[in-house]
Design a protein around this ligand. Structure first.
Ligand code: OSB
Ligand code: MG
Length: 373
């Protein structure tokens, strides 16, 4: 493919419900949407960077800047054989994985559309999983009260979700888990701390061992590996890493250090689909199960996540849930829906295989930029 045009849009969509983590509460989602054009075909990628640098150092504006000034000039007018060549072509640019991923994922969508195949197939996903659908879980933010938390869990279980994750932080941890366990019994339950603790909190976090959690996600610093290994040696709840694993190499170091027993894969965090596949394969080779994380994506990023989730080592339910939990309406029609058995159907049309409503994109657009060779 010869990349002829890159379009950037800054979009803002109101969230159906506020979302609160250890780093704050948000009521809407701003993100950059990338459209790639080559050989008369288009591809879409959603940049998961948020308006603020609280989950990671990237923001919507750094992503825009890096794509406009550095990524686009490396790709525009250039002949690319395969989307797996995009990430290496951007090798001079340090970091900025979310910016890179948005463009790389658009290239995969474009490539799959040109090939007339659903994205899962060109990613090397399992045909059986593509047929049966992927197992879906939910991530429930910090609420205003434990009662509200228990009610949210009840509503999500009623919708069929196969795993509940609750966000924790100091002051909203043991009692939150206790509340959910006492009201909902032995459901598949895990917690995500988004880097809110320190190694000195190990005795406190060890109290979670009594609740038979599937895992604790990213308890310690966003860039840390070794303290997680020390923590894992002190608690029996499996540690899962999210923020810390920006590259396949760091994932290899974390596995070698026994810093995690489970890995959360988000293509935005690692630089796109090709890097996600590499991290997935590395984990599989070490018998480390993975699951697909979420970044409050619109239907476009969500569709990408669905396709990637068909790879065989995505054995745990992910944070890829129904559109209606986030945006009403979504940018796609119909939205992504969860079935009564807690699975989500994988699109079978070429590319990401969902129908984008252009008029909704126009309405949500705050800035637009066209880049050409
Ligand atoms: O840590 O997984 C996370 C959302 C934004 C930033 C980080 C995270 C999350 C979620 C939400 O947990 C997952 C989702 O429902 O998309
Ligand atoms: Mg997380």
């Amino acid at each position: 493919m010869r990349i002829e045009r890159i379009e950037l849009r800054l979009l803002r969509l109101p969230l159906v419900r506020f979302f609160e983590t250890s780093f704050g509460r948000i009521h809407d989602r701003a993100f950059v949407l990338v459209t790639l054009e080559a050989d008369g075909a288009v591809g879409l990628g959603e940049c998961v960077a948020d308006a603020n640098p609280f989950y990671s150092s990237e923001t919507t504006r750094t992503a825009w800047h890096v794509i406009e000034e550095f990524i686009a000039p490396l790709l525009l007018g250039r002949e690319i054989d395969h989307p797996r060549d995009v990430y290496p072509a951007l090798g001079r640019i340090r970091g900025h994985n979310m910016a890179k991923a948005a463009v790389e994922m658009a290239a995969w969508d474009l490539y799959a559309r040109q090939a007339g195949q659903p994205l899962w197939q060109v990613l090397g996903g399992s045909a059986a999983t593509a047929r049966s659908g992927i197992a879906s879980g939910v991530s429930i933010g910090i609420q205003d009260s434990f009662d509200q938390l228990a009610d949210r869990v009840a509503a999500e279980l009623a919708d069929g979700y196969r795993r509940i994750k609750i966000k924790i932080k100091p002051g909203w941890d043991i009692a939150a888990v206790e509340t959910v366990r006492s009201r909902h019994g032995n459901i598949p339950l895990m917690v995500d701390a988004n880097a809110a603790y320190q190694l000195a909190d190990a005795p406190h976090l060890a109290r979670l061992d009594a609740y038979d959690l599937m895992m604790i996600e990213q308890p310690l610093d966003y860039d840390d590996v070794l303290d997680h290994a020390r923590l894992q040696a002190e608690i029996s709840t499996p540690v899962c890493l999210d923020e810390s694993l920006h590259t396949v190499k760091i994932a290899a170091e974390a596995i070698a250090a026994r810093a995690c027993r489970i890995i959360n894969i988000k293509p935005g965090r690692v630089g796109g689909h090709a890097q996600s596949i590499a991290m997935h394969d590395l984990a599989a080779a070490h018998a480390i199960p993975v699951w697909h994380g979420g970044m409050l994506e619109s239907g476009i990023g969500r569709a990408h996540n669905l396709h990637l989730s068909t790879l065989p080592n995505f054995v745990l339910p992910g944070d890829v849930a129904a559109s209606r939990r986030y945006f009403e309406p979504d940018l796609i029609e119909p939205g992504i829906a969860v079935r009564a058995d807690g699975t989500i159907a994988v699109p079978s049309e070429p590319g990401i295989g969902v129908t984008v409503v252009q008029e909704r994109i126009e309405r949500a657009t705050e800035h637009r930029l066209d880049l050409r060779p």
